[in-house]
Structure formats: structure tokens, C-alpha cells
Design a protein around this ligand. Sequence first.
Ligand code: A5P
Length: 248
Amino acid sequence: LYSVGFKFFYDFIPSFMTRADFNSILVAKKAAATAAVDFIQDGMLVGLGTGSTVFYFIEALGQRCRAGLNITAVATSQQSFHQAQSCGISLKDSETVTSLVDLMVDGADEIDPNKNMIKGGGGALFREKLLAEASRRLIIIVDETKLVNPLGMSPLPVEVARFLYHRTLQRLEDQGYQGKLRLGRNQTPFVTDNGNYIIDIHYNRPIQHPADEHMHLKSITGVVETGLFFNIVERVIIGYQDGYTRES
Ligand code: A5P
């Protein structure tokens, strides 16, 4: 599990970052993730987000389960599902979930002081948003590099239907958006767990009104969901590179 997880992370070391910087960020991610496990109580139905920070959360949650914690989880991606399964966490098929999830834990690509977020760097934004809206509480775990004000530095992932996606991309461009189809490892289009594509929109300007921006993008036929999340986060746990955490 460790070797699989770390290989996954190291594939994504940005070119401007040294291995030492990257290791410090992993310390921060792990600190935030470990702190979030303290919020999980016996009997809960837990929502599992996706990404490298959630990887540490699932790992720590698995340890607690093996020590006797009795919870059931619902995963937002195949990646989180398989990791949770290998950690010994009891999982529920999303199609059998009829009640609200007690608590969901997820990461973010960017988060602003009003807890608006950009998500979807890992391509799981649609299921993450669906599950977050089906949860009583959402805790976001991030390392300090994810704190921004305002949003807009990272590309905004938008999930689109594959059917006539060139047309959807054109419509986005006609409305002034700079969108790029996300490619996978072998330079073929990245396909989400829902069988859709992702278009990453580069803003080159601050996103001052995330809700308006989201509504505008969603009004385009072919857009399935956007990676803008707002009015949904209860608590943010920020991990720092010295291993400390802060909550807001
Ligand atoms: C997955 O689709 C995303 O929404 C992630 O939650 C987000 O990209 C954060 O990922 P990291 O924890 O890997 O930075």
C-alpha cells in the first residue's frame, strides 16, 4: 500500500518543486489528515473524498478500524474505494445509501477565507459534490499551500459529457473561457469514474463570485458539473510543513 501510494504522489511532483519541498508538503497533508480522524466516531457513515491528502486520512482511518472502530464508508472514487478496501475499512455501495452521510472528509485544490473551493484536480469533483451535498457535515483537509484569496490561480476543472465535447469546448471558448481537455498518462483524454471528460479552465483572473461563475458554466449544455464548491464546508483543517495543524 505504501509503495503504491507514494509512487502515485511522486508522479505529480511539480517541476518547480524540489523533493525536499515536496516532502514537507506531505508532512503538512498527513498532519491535517490525521487530525481529521479524531472527528470520526463509532457507528458513523463516513464519506471518503479523493486525492493525496485523503490518502493519508484513509490510511489513518484504516488503522483505527483495525483497532476496533466500527464505521462504514462511502467512497467518491475507485481510487479511494480500493485504498479503503485494502486498509480494512467496511464500505457501502453508493447505490444502497438511503440516509445522509454523517461526516465526509475531503481535500481541495484551493480554498479561500469564505471556504469557497476549487476541487477536481484528481478528477472526482462530480461524486465529491454529490456526496458532500448528501452529508450532514463536511471537513476539508488541506496543506497550507491550498489557502488562497481569491480563488482562480489553479485551473478550474469542469466535467463534461464526451458526446460532442468539441462543441462544448467551443461554446466555452465562445464565452471567453480558456479551456483545455485534460489528458491522461498516455496522452489520451482523461476519463472520469462517470465516463466523462474534464476540461480545465484557466482563468488568468480572480474568481470574485464563485456561485455566479458556477451557475453560468452549468447553464451550458454538455457541462455536467464544475469544480466550484461553496456554502458547504463546516470545518477546514490546515496542515503546516512543521507538522502543526490549525482549524477554522
Ligand atoms: C479530487 O478530484 C480533488 O477534488 C481533490 O480533493 C483535490 O484535488 C485535492 O487533492 P490533493 O489532496 O491531492 O491536493
